[in-house]
Design a protein around this ligand. Structure first.
Ligand code: SF4
Length: 383
């Protein structure tokens, strides 16, 4: 079985067309960070062209009622995952040697599937935080549906993902309430390009517009989720400030970036050295997990794993790159450029995320946050 679902690709654009044509439904869409730096390639643009504003206009023109940003939910993921990381670290520093470390990021469903089937003995160490796609769906069908005064059954949540495994993630039983999924339809970057072309729109000629709010606000930290090392860099930006109580002068953690399949870096957080591991590609993930299984000799505290080369920029649902690392590098550079251009670059500075906690969730890891934003994993038979 292909870990990213690439061998069982299903076209779900017909489901989107059906939902948009249904006058009884309110159809909202979220778009992942890696989509905006790659979809332009389907319309003749250079790899790494940033077409966020045109993509938003295209989605509105296609008929979506609200166009939101998965990056909002990526910031939310960092609030939950960063809090969980600090909670485990504080227990560890207080002398609890049974605390599950290193914590593993959990936003890549192909990677989650891999650990569930290949490393059952490590099943309790991934973060329990849901992926941004699923956090978005859970918040949309509760907080947003309440705000819009519609029942969750009337809302259809569509996600545009660089990923084919996200279709499988959206269909997992634990991400539904009484059979109604948090994310109804997940389509890939390529499928969105097909929809836009079928509507006779040329993405490159469309004017730029902005996401809807409140689930459209994001920071640079949410954007870098699209690249290998980005999730852990975003978590480090927030964990550093919360742990030390100091403002981070330089938010770019260059040591966490790059293309090496396995990378290890030490980040100084006040008097504590946080040891971070990063892997992209499941062969590389296996190497790091074997190391953890064999006693974690490098004393890693946190590990980010992404199944695809380069992270989501190289996802199975992106315009084909045929393994060309130059294309991936251009998409990666574009991700960091979008981050650099953002007025806010730390997840805990996202005003809409702050308001969501104030008005609805309470605080990270609260009872309601746990119910809506966290999950659990299952040991599966090896495949
Ligand atoms: Fe999907 Fe990203 Fe994981 Fe690839 S790295 S399987 S695109 S979530």
């Amino acid at each position: 079985v292909c870990p990213v679902g690439a061998l069982t690709e299903n076209d779900h654009t017909w489901k989107v067309v059906e939902a948009l044509a249904d006058p009884e439904k309110v159809v909202v869409v979220q778009t992942a960070p890696a989509v905006r730096v790659a979809i332009g390639e389907e319309f003749g643009k250079e790899p790494g062209s940033i077409v966020t504003g045109q993509m938003v206009t295209a989605l509105r023109t296609l008929g979506f009622d609200k166009v939101f940003d998965t990056d909002f939910a990526a910031d939310l993921t960092i609030m939950e995952e960063g809090t969980e990381l600090l909670g485990r670290l504080n227990k560890f520093l207080a002398g609890d040697k049974n605390v599950p470390l290193p914590i593993l990021t959990s936003c890549c469903p192909a990677w989650v599937n891999f650990i569930e089937s290949q490393f059952p003995e490590l099943i309790d160490i991934p973060s329990s935080a849901k992926s941004p796609q699923q956090m978005f769906g859970a918040v949309a069908k509760t907080f947003l549906a309440d705000k819009m005064e519609i029942p969750r059954e009337k809302m259809v949540v569509v996600s545009i993902m660089p990923c084919l495994a996200k279709k499988y993630e959206a269909a997992r039983d634990e991400f539904a309430v009484e059979g109604n999924p948090d994310v109804d339809i997940s389509i890939s970057t390529r499928e969105l390009a097909h929809l836009i072309k079928r509507a006779n729109l040329n993405l490159t000629e469309l004017p730029e517009t902005d996401f809807d709010h409140p689930l459209g606000e994001s920071t640079g930290a949410g954007v870098i989720f699209g690249s290998t090392g980005g999730v852990i860099e975003a978590a480090t930006r927030t964990a550093y400030e919360i742990h030390t109580g100091e403002t981070l002068e330089k938010v770019d953690f260059e040591a966490l970036r790059g293309f090496d399949g396995v990378r290890v870096a030490a980040v100084q957080m006040g008097g504590f050295t946080l040891n971070i591991g990063i892997a992209h590609g499941l062969g590389n993930a296996r190497k790091l997990l074997e190391e953890v299984k064999n006693g974690n000799p490098r004393n890693l505290h946190a590990i980010e794993i992404m199944a695809c080369p380069g992270g989501c920029i190289g996802g199975g649902g992106q315009p084909f790159h045929h393994g060309d690392s130059e294309i991936l590098k251009k998409r990666m550079d574009a991700i960091y450029q979008v981050d650099k251009d953002m007025p806010r670059r730390k997840s805990h500075e996202n005003e809409s995320v702050k308001a969501l906690y104030e008005q609805y969730l309470g605080e990270p890891m609260s009872e309601l946050s746990h119910k809506l934003l966290h999950t659990h994993y299952h040991v599966k038979d090896r495949v």
